[in-house]
Ligand binder design. Structure first.
Ligand SMILES: Cc1cc2nc3c(=O)[nH]c(=O)nc-3n(C[C@H](O)[C@H](O)[C@H](O)COP(=O)(O)OP(=O)(O)OC[C@H]3O[C@@H](n4cnc5c(N)ncnc54)[C@H](O)[C@@H]3O)c2cc1C
Length: 257
């Protein structure tokens, strides 16, 4: 089965072609030939991407048993957020402000401030079976997972933190409103990508309709009709300028397909 996806509508940056994406209905081995997508909140899809696949609704579930939260790979952050709020669970408050599916969140080790999805992770389910957190290398917006994530299991701590949610809500209020995949680059060790982009004069800079936001320099935004080429050229130019001036090699946070 496939699902026809128009990435100029589906992706958060509103760029990309119309593609038949294979729907995965059962747990199966992963082929390197295929790129797995979640909610496309962190993707820049080229006009001719490799074959794409995504988890079907079959993997959209969330359950709580024996102080463990089990979440299907296709479950959206909004659903997880509502569940943890209702059940007074702590440590996932940022999911109210962060778009994605469980698979994308875990693969990216997504989060806000010091809260990230690996903080409460116990194990993930792949076609090879369950893999415990200890077997996975992970860090800031990084994991070495090279399989499809079908499910993840989390430990549960009581006490949904309303103050934290208020803090994340406030942080988001200052965020650009244009279509975007969020941060263009990961923050280099001990520095901020936004500061570096600004320092090379690229805050608000655009190529075609692809820009670094004038609100937050590290936000890649689509001002209207940006193309894949505009966005890629912009990213590469910033990398070049930052490297020339500071000798720092910026690493993409947005995933290029
Ligand atoms: C406005 C905005 C703000 C954002 N702010 C933040 C932020 O503060 N912090 C943060 O961390 N991120 C942020 N992001 C980025 C985004 O929310 C996260 O990266 C999120 O985890 C993406 O999830 P997704 O399902 O959309 O994944 P996609 O964008 O579809 O994919 C992202 C990566 O995950 C992989 N992947 C997806 N599903 C699976 C799966 N089932 N198994 C294995 N790999 C998979 C893909 O192959 C790809 O490499 C922001 C995005 C937007 C649009």
């Amino acid at each position: 089965m496939t699902r026809r996806i128009d990435f100029s509508k589906y992706s958060s940056i509103k760029i990309g072609p119309i593609v038949e994406v294979r729907l995965i209905d059962t747990v199966e081995a992963f082929s390197d030939e295929v790129f797995i997508i979640g909610g496309a909140n962190n993707l820049l899809v080229s006009p001719h991407p490799k074959p794409l696949a995504m988890l079907s609704k079959h993997f959209d579930y969330i359950t709580l048993h024996d102080k463990q939260l089990t979440v299907g790979g296709a479950t959206k952050s909004g659903r997880i957020f509502s569940f943890v709020k209702k059940h007074d669970i702590k440590g996932f408050e940022y999911l109210g402000k962060l778009p994605g599916t469980l698979g994308g969140l875990v693969y990216m080790n997504a989060g806000m401030k010091e809260d990230e999805i690996f903080n409460h992770l116990v194990k993930i389910k792949t076609a090879k079976g369950y893999i415990s957190k200890e077997e996975i290398a992970f860090g800031y917006r990084f994991t070495d997972i090279d399989d499809i994530i079908y499910e993840a299991v989390f430990d549960v701590e009581e006490g949904f933190d309303h103050e934290k949610l208020a803090l994340f809500t406030k942080m988001r209020a200052n965020q650009p409103k244009d279509p975007s995949p969020g941060s263009a680059f990961k923050n280099p060790n001990g520095d901020y990508a936004g500061r570096l982009i600004e320092a090379v004069g690229m805050k608000g800079y655009h190529i075609g309709d692809a820009a670094f936001s004038d609100v937050h320099a590290n936000f890649l935004v689509n001002l209207g009709n940006a193309t894949f080429k505009d966005a890629l050229t912009l990213l590469n130019l910033a990398k070049e300028k930052v490297f020339q001036k500071f000798g720092i090699a910026l690493e993409n946070e947005v995933q290029i397909v």
